[in-house]
Design a protein around this ligand. Structure first.
Ligand SMILES: [Zn+2]
Length: 212
């Protein structure tokens, strides 16, 4: 049985930053046999950095490990995670975890240790890196919302349109200024990502397709 030194907090991190367990792998490796007991380890540069014990029971697993947050006392955790099965091709069954977090119970293939207990990515509000919205995506979305409201052609590279009939000039000028700001922010992000605007580390980069 291994120890856990993670002091991670809840938050909108990326799934790759957390330790996880994947039922598909355990099923593939033939571990899901009642009575089976396995030690599961995480390695970093070939060294064991964390481990848990898993006891396979009928219809459920028990996860057993030590956990502490920051400098608190080590706590010995031992709790069940129910398993579910669904039919898949050729009459075989596919196994799933039932997220053990209170009030969740989602059927998932992967559980993450983002705090004291293993839970699904919804519970930890995790996003996969490729799904994480970049700052310029967000700016672009806001600019587009305003363009729609003004009745302008969609797309921040298009020209500004006219003031819609019936809208006060003051409102129009305010929205135009906001649209301009978000569009500018988005363009700056795109330029940074494409490395047009000088070099340096790209702080907007967070997609997997990015090669930086
Ligand atoms: Zn959950």
């Amino acid at each position: 049985m291994g120890g856990y030194g993670s002091g991670r907090k809840f938050g909108a991190g990326c799934t790759e930053d957390y330790r996880s367990i994947d039922i598909r792998r355990w099923q593939r490796d033939g571990y899901l046999v009642p009575g089976r007991y396995l030690d599961w380890q995480w390695l970093q540069n070939g060294e064991k950095v964390a481990a848990i014990s898993v006891k396979v029971e009928t219809g459920r697993l028990r996860l057993i490990y030590y956990y502490r947050s920051n400098d608190a006392e080590w706590e010995n955790l031992d709790y069940p995670v129910s398993l579910q099965t669904t039919a898949c091709h050729y009459g075989r069954e596919r196994y799933w975890f039932t997220c053990p977090a209170v009030g969740c119970g989602r059927r998932v293939a992967v559980l993450f240790l983002g705090g004291k207990i293993f839970a699904c990515r919804h519970c930890y509000r995790l996003v996969y890196k490729s799904q994480r919205e970049t700052a310029d995506d967000r700016a672009s979305r806001r600019a587009e919302t305003i363009r729609r409201r003004l009745g302008w052609q969609a797309g921040i590279l298009n020209l500004e349109g006219d003031k819609p009939k019936g809208m006060h000039w003051r409102t129009f000028e305010r929205l135009r200024a906001i649209q301009d700001r978000f569009a500018g922010r988005c363009l700056a992000g795109i330029l940074a990502r494409l490395r047009i605007n000088g070099g340096g580390k790209n702080r907007f980069c967070c997609t997997e397709s990015c090669t930086k």
